[in-house]
Design a binder for this molecule. Sequence first.
Ligand code: OFO
Length: 168
Amino acid sequence: MLSDKMLDMLNTQLNKELYSAYLYLSMSAYSTYIGLKGFANWFMVQYQEEMFHAMKIYDYINAQGGQVKLKAIDQPPGEFESPLDMFEKTLAHEQFITRSINELVELAIAEKDHATSIFLQWFVTEQIEEEANDNEIIARLKLIGKDGNGLIMLDRELATRVFTPPKE
Ligand code: OFO
């Protein structure tokens, strides 16, 4: 059973995950537009991951007998300065999500809501991986700088990413 406050915060987190999906879908579209198909693929896989996160919260609220309430999803940015700009915005967004998950964990602990605490541990671990992926690509984009060949090679590599539903 979820407290009213926990239910509201989980519904808000569901909205944040849907916004994450929307943001990365926008980055995928922009990458396609500027001719970087590999980046477009990477962000499309990221979109799928975020939908998985959202549905995980959706299913948990339902399993706990709570009412899912869908809120409006903000419009994401549609223009970016460069691939580096997209990944720096991605990292900043993931850091925001990490803080949001941490707040949920703190509420679960304060409310002695052990079920939600255990449920959230998956997200705590997932955020480590999400930020690590972004940091790695940012570091490589900084090394590449204005080298077009380096960017094309990275684009080819990002084209190989495939979506596999994360492990439970
Ligand atoms: Fe990107 O981890 Fe969910 O939002």
